[in-house]
Design a protein around this ligand. Sequence first.
Ligand code: CO8
Length: 256
Amino acid sequence: MEKPIIVERQGRVVIVRLNRPAARNALNSEIMLALGNELAPLDRDPGVGCFVITGSDKAFAAGADIKEMAEKSFSEMYNDDFFAGWDRFAALRTPKIAAVSGYALGGGCELAMMCDIIFAADTAMFGQPEIKLGVIPGMGGSQRLTRLVGKAKAMDLILTGRMMDATEAERCGLVARIVPAERLMAEAFQAAETIAGYGKAATTAAREAVDRALEVGQREGILFERRLFHALFATADQKEGMAAFVEKRSPNFEGK
Ligand code: CO8
């Protein structure tokens, strides 16, 4: 049987490819479990500094697997806490870049939004089309999309179910960079290597602090940031990074 995801480590970067191309990478339970199980030990590995999550040229992921859930009852969905396993992916502490080519719809768009940065190929199409299926986003989309792009655009996308292209997605703040499709992975890998080259405590602290901007009030967020900043002075990487600057040399971060 084909593996649901392909995980490939290149130095300090881990590339994770969703691997159901014939189903446009529809996100079924196998993909959810594989992401949770295979990425957790890598997340804890101090030698891993960044994940790049990607799909195929045609589809990052065309949503949750409609065929898997079509016949389910309310009790089954509720008792299984269906989709709760995705929280494990969202909770990974290592920085994650989503490299999106083709469709990122429904759960696919939501998976991209669980990542810290989204790079979009010029072919990328984003949307939350669940309304067309008689449901609403179920993997955090109504919350994350609204925080990322604001109420006007979120309501437009979620209520009409229409898609938006990479240009619109960048303009509204969902996407960090648009890249020609053939250069998407090279650009994502380069950014991942840059991030992975820094001290892991600092990059983890940076993403935790930025996330607080969306999750708590400004005063609390600023205090949280300052305390993390203070705490980084307990790391060897801070000493090394600042000493290297003073000594006019490149730093050698060891993740300590
Ligand atoms: N689930 C299951 N199978 C899918 C999905 C999907 N989301 N998307 C595509 N596939 C399958 C197709 O059924 C088809 O299978 P087969 O070859 O066996 O017929 C195969 O992938 C190829 O698909 P197409 O022929 O349609 O490929 P195209 O390139 O022509 O079109 C599209 C690609 C536009 C992506 C199209 O497939 C599509 O519209 N897919 C559905 C998109 C969608 O509605 N996504 C939202 C899903 S719901 C969700 O993500 C969150 C649910 C929240 C529920 C909350 C519950 C708590």
